[in-house]
Design a protein around this ligand. Sequence first.
Ligand code: MG
Length: 205
Amino acid sequence: MNINRIFCIGRNYAEHVKELGNEPDASCVVFMKPPSCVVPVGRPIVLPRGRGPVHHEAELVVRLSGGGADVAPEQALRHVGHLTLGLDLTLRELQNELKKKGAPWELCKAFDGSAPLGDWVRYEGQDVQALEFSCTVGGTLRQRGNTRDMLFPVARQIHILSKTWRLADGDLIYTGTPAGVGPLLPGDRVALESAAIGRFEWTCE
Ligand code: MG
């Protein structure tokens, strides 16, 4: 399935906002990754070397099947076509340096391999604000979240993005991560799982 653009929402779960020492914001953090960052299931995650820790951020990912501009929140979920889970991989120390400088985040967020992406399940009216999901590394639970805890629900994310971009088929949204982020190391097996979506696993190199 084609990927048009990858939008990512930051600071969307209160406990994760706290663990990184950030303040919750009245507006959500938005950034992008190029589609070339995607690592499908079955490919290894090649971790960047010599640039500090690479953190996993487990996230619900939605794929839009349409969209347009200025989408009303009440109409927004009509444009969701598919769901999956993904990892918003982050070079955390570099991100902290970039934050201090007020510099953009591409170097820490949009590197090659930074967007592992599970297989799609069709969106058929599932409650996207009641999905439990987890991230385990080497069988150890690192993150467990429920989309009910989002500060900016999916419909609102679509509404917000559509005020800046005319949304289209193939646009993805990485919808933010719950608490428990931490480093990945070469040799790690990282798995994302949700009863409603599936289980997806990658090996880190
Ligand atoms: Mg994230």
